[in-house]
Write a protein that binds this ligand. Structure first.
Ligand code: SF4
Length: 88
């Protein structure tokens, strides 16, 4: 029994650092560069929110869920002003 508990304890201690190493993709927004083309939202409306005038309107640094990474990357690349940067 003691050996079993020792192994379980070891496994738990090994799993925690691995979970912390998982990286979440983020989008950094440079609002000053946005000129309101709307191409980001056209590619990924789930991440890129626009205000009533069509300018980007979201937090400066936003986490991207894994299932939206491809669309978010496409939206960032589509921005002609370079206002969206993908960070890993
Ligand atoms: S594509 Fe770029 S310039 Fe156009 S709304 Fe989005 S962030 Fe702004």
């Amino acid at each position: 029994m003691a050996h079993f508990l020792l192994i379980v304890g070891f496994a738990r201690n090994q799993a925690a650092p691995l979970a912390r190493l998982e990286k979440v993709m983020k989008v950094r927004v440079i609002r000053e560069l946005c000129t309101g083309h709307g191409l980001c939202a056209l590619n990924c409306a789930e991440i890129y929110k626009l205000d009533d005038n069509g300018y980007i309107d979201m937090e400066p640094l936003t986490d991207v869920p894994p299932e939206l990474e491809t669309k978010a990357r496409r939206g960032a690349v589509a921005c002609p002003e370079g206002a969206l940067k993908i960070e890993q």
